[in-house]
Design a protein around this ligand. Structure first.
Ligand code: KG4
Ligand code: ZN
Length: 373
């Protein structure tokens, strides 16, 4: 894709400090933020406003795309005004406007992009069409000042991927899920057990009081040569055991949650361990032995503990952004925009929403990973 901008806009000279407005509307969070990137690459969040739509979707047990789009329209302008006001910046102070272009629900993406393009045009500044996954991948640059290369575990409601981040715009997918995303498995397990959505935090809360050894659930794909994931079988195993136990007591629910979470985290740790070996192979002497976790499920304490054990045993360091910057937010979009802008990359106003937009376009399909060694 040609990321150069044929439209006449004010592109800052290389090495300048940058101030970027970021807009996120790809799923069920409406978010706007203003982030500053210093000339030496340091990041500072000047404002970060997020409005979750869960109250609107709750009664349907999942995200309804039409409701999401309407909710974005109803509050995005207010959130942007709020972010600008908190940051103390006006449109003329911005270096660029960045909006999520994909992957995600097309209705929301279009709303964020049209808004972002309009503001960019009004301000006479460049527009940046941001890949949501790239924004998750680069967040540690903003929070920890961490620069690639590193191994990234991205675990959210829509994605479960292991990526080798070699540089801004340089991603190699080492593993992905062949069925459900990890957050989706948490959400579906919560729904099955009558717990509220989003299911991840609800399952984690219940699991805290449960026995993780009561049910011996499968650890899908453990030991396989490729670093792929699978959670559908685990979800089905939980359903079967729950059906056997109906009516479920609070203790049953807590034990099911704890046993599900333990199995899921064992499976994740096994797959990440495999990806570390692949990454070390790929990077050779450059292997940085740093594991970054991003996406909504990174808020899970059992995951953090399990991965902390794993990295300690392998001589890695673990980097997890604060919970509010692991779930969807505008600061990560603004930061990804600033990182691209610092490299002189901008998009033109014809950039389109991309409901499907893999970070590594060359990654072979993971179909068949469940049966191959
Ligand atoms: O990244 P995110 O905010 O949105 C996208 O999916 O892009 O992630 C939301 C997902 C949901 O599936 C939610 O249940 C899960 O992250 N999640 C958690 C926890 N907090 C959020 N899963 C497990 N444990 C948590 N504490
Ligand atoms: Zn996300």
């Amino acid at each position: 894709m040609d990321r150069r901008n044929p439209v006449s806009v004010n592109v800052p000279p290389p090495g300048s400090p940058l101030i970027v407005l970021g807009i996120e509307t790809s799923c069920d969070e409406t978010a706007a933020a203003v982030v500053e990137r210093s000339a030496d690459g340091g990041g500072l969040i000047l404002a970060n406003v997020v409005r979750s739509q869960w109250d609107e979707h709750r009664r349907y047990g999942g995200v309804v795309p039409e409701i999401a789009a309407r909710a974005h329209v109803s509050c995005l302008d207010i959130l942007i005004a709020e972010a600008l006001s908190i940051s103390g910046k006006g449109l003329s102070d911005l270096s660029a406007v960045a909006a999520t272009a994909g992957p995600g629900l097309v209705g929301g993406l279009v709303i964020g992009m049209v808004t972002g393009k309009t503001l960019a045009m009004a301000a006479g500044r460049p527009f940046l069409a941001i890949n949501h996954l790239e924004a998750h991948a680069l967040t540690v640059g903003l929070t920890d000042g961490l620069r690639p290369p590193y191994l990234l575990l991205l675990v959210s409601g829509g994605h479960t991927q292991l990526l080798l981040v070699r540089g801004v715009g340089q991603y190699e997918r080492l593993g992905t899920t062949i069925d459900d995303a990890l957050g989706e498995a948490f959400d579906k397990t919560a729904k099955l057990l009558g717990l509220p959505q989003p299911g991840g935090p609800a399952v984690e809360r219940m699991a805290a009081g449960g026995d993780p050894r009561r049910f011996d659930f499968p650890r899908p794909l453990a030991g396989r040569a490729q670093a792929h994931f699978s959670f559908a079988g685990l979800k089905t195993a939980v359903r079967r055991r729950a059906m056997d136990l109906v009516p479920l007591s609070d203790v049953d629910i807590a034990d099911l949650c704890a046993s599900f979470q333990a199995a899921a985290m064992d499976a994740v740790a096994d797959r990440v361990g495999r990806a570390m070996e692949i990454a070390e192979d790929r990077l050779g002497a450059d292997a940085s032995r740093r594991l970054v976790v991003a996406g909504g499920v990174a808020a899970n304490k059992a995951l953090r503990t399990r991965l902390a054990d794993l990295v300690a045993g392998r001589g890695y360091t673990l980097h997890v952004p604060p919970a509010g910057l692991c779930t969807d937010n505008g600061a990560m979009i603004a930061w990804a925009g600033a990182e691209r802008l610092a490299l002189g990359q901008v998009d033109d106003l014809t950039a389109k929403a991309r409901p499907r937009w893999p970070l590594d376009e060359n990654a072979p399909p993971a179909i068949g990973a469940g049966v191959k060694a």
